[in-house]
Design a protein around this ligand. Structure first.
Ligand SMILES: Cc1cc2nc3c(=O)[nH]c(=O)nc-3n(C[C@H](O)[C@H](O)[C@H](O)COP(=O)(O)O)c2cc1C
Length: 310
């Protein structure tokens, strides 16, 4: 694989970041991505405790043994930054602060010895995180799984690459060596990979989340806020979440229903109602496969494709 800013900074062999995914990416997934040559990130959700973080870090380090990182939702740190304290105690190599202005937290992360990356969705976001002093930006496109913005990955990556001197990574819809080769050839330093890993046995979460993803096609996702409202998650209105459509979104997406109505109609235990966040790369996920195998295969395919014109 060609060396990039990311592989050099972290001394890794594959420019793939196992995306932080709250509720789905714990220590096992992160450890397997790191063991395969990338860097795995643990997604810390608002409801996770410091004890949960400690346990997941133990798992990740037992499996991966290499660099480790975390992703946090920046907007939620304003109400409670104890999760940041908890992750920094583990001396990670990377902390991803996304969805909000990271300025109040960047110095603390740097003092703990970690790089700060931020996922961004617009050029205005780029200016905010540049001013905050982050080390690299991740252009996250509309087709990404989970919470994201409204501009597609390809136009956003190109625009961000043209607009900053910071290292740029790409996120959203990258689920094979073809996608990885495309963003590296464009000038990105690496890729965040989320959806492609979500049917792996190493993910956290209900079995139906893996099964439904394998069954889903690329057209089966919806960008919506109904799951946030139903679960009383106070996400700022500008970020919707991309999830697999199901009976719940068929009934409630686009309707003017209040949080209590949605909460009464929602149950996480029912596979036709519970949320499965996933991106448009869902169509590329055709089986439950180990995460390490996916990362290694992406690297081999990307390398072959990047060599085509030499
Ligand atoms: C289930 C799920 C949960 C996510 N949770 C987070 C999160 O907690 N923090 C974050 O910064 N990004 C989160 N994301 C976004 C990912 O970090 C990443 O941008 C995305 O998965 C990349 O697009 P892809 O899914 O098409 O690979 C989540 C994505 C998914 C699919």
């Amino acid at each position: 694989m060609p060396a990039t800013w990311l592989t050099r900074e972290l001394d890794i062999s594959v420019p793939i970041v196992g995306a932080p995914m709250g509720g789905r990416a714990g220590g096992r997934l992160a450890g397997e991505v790191t063991r395969a040559g990338g860097i795995g990130l643990i997604g810390a959700a608002r409801y996770n405790s410091a004890e949960w973080i400690d346990g997941e870090v133990r798992l990740a380090r037992e499996i991966g043994g290499g660099p480790l990182g975390f992703g946090l939702m920046t907007w939620s740190l304003a109400e409670d930054d104890s999760l940041l304290t908890a992750v920094l105690a583990h001396r990670p190599q990377v902390v991803v602060l996304s969805f909000g202005d990271p300025a109040p937290y960047v110095d603390r992360v740097h003092e703990a010895g970690a790089l700060v990356l931020s996922q961004i969705n617009t050029i205005d976001d780029l200016r905010v995180v540049e001013a905050a002093g982050v080390d690299a930006v991740v252009a996250q496109g509309h087709e990404a799984g989970g919470h994201t913005g409204r501009i597609g990955t390809l136009p956003l990556v190109q625009e961000v690459l043209e607009s900053t001197s910071l290292p740029v990574l790409a996120a959203g819809g990258i689920a094979s060596g073809r996608g990885l080769a495309a963003v590296l050839a464009a000038g990105a330093e690496g890729a965040f990979v989320g959806t492609a890993l979500l049917a792996s046995p190493e993910t956290v979460g209900p079995e139906y989340a893996r099964t439904r993803l394998v069954e889903a096609a690329s057209a089966d996702t919806v960008y919506t806020d109904v799951f946030d409202k139903a679960r009383h998650q106070p996400w700022p209105a500008r970020w919707g979440g991309r999830a697999l459509r199901n009976s719940f979104t068929d009934e409630w997406h686009g309707r003017d229903a209040d949080e209590d109505t949605l909460a009464r109609a929602y149950t996480a235990d029912d596979p036709d109602i519970g949320v499965v966040y996933a991106g448009e790369a869902a169509g590329l996920v055709r089986a439950e496969r180990p995460a390490g195998e996916i990362v290694r295969e992406m690297a081999v395919q990307a390398e072959a494709l990047l060599g085509r014109f030499r």
